[in-house]
Design a protein around this ligand. Structure first.
Ligand code: FES
Length: 127
């Protein structure tokens, strides 16, 4: 692949139970990642569009979080049924937004502080 013309970032972070903060993997991020990859191939975009699984994109309470570059489009609560519309508008359509999914311009959600004394059943720090 040459330099991609668009890059789709999908948060698939998973926190352990009791982390005190939600994460995207339990909300179907891996299925979403697969759907994006399959549809990019089916649409003949595989040579120009990169789909990447990421860690936390800092909007955990609004996941599954998806970002589309170079358009700096951020989407919240993305579901499988949103994939085609995102590809059609934001990728094929060169950066048109799917307004109903748009992430509000809000501060990032930083990880919760490490618990020095994690709850029973955890053997390490909870972040
Ligand atoms: S866990 Fe997905 S945005 Fe933080």
């Amino acid at each position: 692949m040459a330099t991609p013309r668009a890059h789709i970032l999908i948060c698939a972070n998973e926190r352990p139970p009791g982390a005190g903060k939600p994460s995207c993997a339990p909300r179907g991020a891996l299925e979403l990642l697969e759907r994006f990859k399959v549809r990019v191939r089916e649409l003949g975009l595989a040579d120009s569009v990169m789909v990447t699984k990421t860690g936390c994109l800092k909007h955990c309470s609004r996941g599954t979080t998806v970002a589309i570059w170079p358009y700096n489009l951020w989407y919240q609560r993305v579901r499988l049924e949103d994939v085609d519309e995102i590809l059609e508008r934001s990728v094929v359509g060169n950066g048109q937004a799917v307004e109903r999914l748009r992430m509000p311009d809000i501060p990032w959600e930083w990880p919760t502080p490490v618990l020095l004394f994690p709850p029973a059943g955890h053997d390490g720090p909870v972040v």
